[in-house]
Design a protein around this ligand. Structure first.
Ligand code: SF4
Length: 384
């Protein structure tokens, strides 16, 4: 098995990951760059270029490859400006010079650029590019992609996984432990806002609001079945995706603590996890208030992590079989399967959840009423 594992840049991750039975490739990115990335990184680690270079050297010495993320969904057209295009090339030169083995990109143009000018770098399409069909997979492959990370929402669509496998020759990657909402309405906006927030040219200096995570956390706590509808694939069921032609299992969670990254990678390497599945899923903690991403010395406004659910992993044995015949895309409004499973396998503290839900609702109310921006009623009337 080949695993793509996030790193929070902690050197102590390297040794335990290099001892796993699965062959491991690490991935990460500096907190800000001119291209940006599509996810939040560790809150308390500020890594500089020289440290990243040293880290990649250590990973290589331990036999681990390294994938550098360049997967913001857009660059605000900086790629087309002469000055910033030159900087883009310098940034790619630097990634090449620190001997990253591959880059993960979302913007199709970057695939062509890297293939043409930096042919030693393997190109991997990000899950943020939403490759969810044979047609899109073939078009990305025709641009030169060596590897495609599929849209997480097709993780349990076995027929489609097989059809994509039969249509392309490149490596296929499946992101296995995301707790994102199934068909999340905030997803595109989330990636877009994080992409811009992690770009060094951002006019707001990386400031953003964690609205998508606040809302998705609220939705998952108000409707517990969403935690089952979410397209994670537990370690025991990975084989079913591999049978459809998946080559690499990717784990998400660059912001997870070191111990959790090691536990999660170990579970997927062993294809087995005893206990609470929630512990190896990537559940984000919503940040309340304006967030400054990736800048040294800036303060994030966080609250306590959401109440922990208990998802009995052993009770999920055979749970994936239902998806072999179900068409979730068109039938979710008349299917009760995920609710039934949630009732059987999830436990939580109702009071704790209710309290947290009230907190999130209050903050969202402050956002939708613009109270948080201290906009006075008179100003609103004037604007309208
Ligand atoms: S269609 Fe059924 S199995 Fe699929 S996500 Fe909806 S409730 Fe779950």
């Amino acid at each position: 098995m080949q695993l793509l594992v996030p790193t929070n840049w902690d050197p102590s991750l390297i040794a335990p990951l290099s001892r796993l039975e699965a062959s491991v490739e690490l991935y990460s990115v500096l907190p800000t760059s001119m291209i940006g990335s599509g996810g939040s990184g560790p809150d308390n680690v500020y890594t500089m270029g020289e440290q990243a270079e040293e880290y990649i050297k250590r990973a290589h010495s331990a036999g681990l490859q390294f994938d550098y993320l360049l997967n913001a969904p857009s660059m605000s057209n900086m790629e087309w400006n002469e000055k910033t295009h030159r900087e883009l090339l310098e940034h790619l030169e630097w990634i090449n010079s620190i001997e990253a083995d591959s880059v993960t990109v979302t913007i199709p143009y970057l695939i062509e650029l890297v293939k043409r000018q930096f042919p030693h770098l393997k190109t991997r399409v990000s899950t943020i590019a939403h490759v969810d069909s044979v047609a899109r997979a073939k078009l990305f492959e025709s641009l030169g992609a060596d590897s495609i990370t599929l849209d997480i929402h097709i993780n349990r669509d076995f027929k489609l996984l097989k059809a994509i496998r039969n249509a392309v020759n490149c490596e296929l990657v499946l992101l296995a432990n995301n707790l994102c909402l199934y068909k999340c309405p905030y997803e595109y906006y989330h990636h877009d806002s994080l992409g811009h927030a992690s770009q060094s040219y951002n006019p707001l200096n990386g400031c953003y609001m964690d609205y998508p995570v606040i809302h998705c956390t609220l939705d998952r706590l108000c409707d517990i079945s969403q935690n089952i509808k979410s397209r994670w694939v537990r370690p025991e069921d990975i084989y079913a995706c591999e049978e459809m032609g998946i080559d690499v299992i990717k784990i998400s969670g660059r912001s997870m603590p070191t111990e959790q990254i090691v536990n999660t990678a170990t579970a997927y390497s062993l294809r087995h996890y005893q206990g609470n599945l929630y512990d190896i899923l990537n559940a984000l903690t919503p940040k309340i208030g304006l967030v400054n991403s990736g800048l040294p010395g800036t303060q994030n406004h966080t609250i306590a992590p959401p109440p922990k659910l208990y998802i009995d992993n052993q009770a999920l044995e055979g749970f994936m079989d239902f998806f072999r015949k179900q068409n979730c895309l068109s039938q979710c409004h008349q299917c009760n399967y995920c609710q039934k499973i949630a009732n059987e396998v999830i436990q939580f503290d109702r009071n704790e959840v209710d309290e947290y839900v009230a907190l999130l609702k209050e903050f969202l109310d402050n956002l939708s009423s613009s109270r948080i921006f201290k906009v006075k009623a008179g100003v609103r009337n004037y604007l309208h």
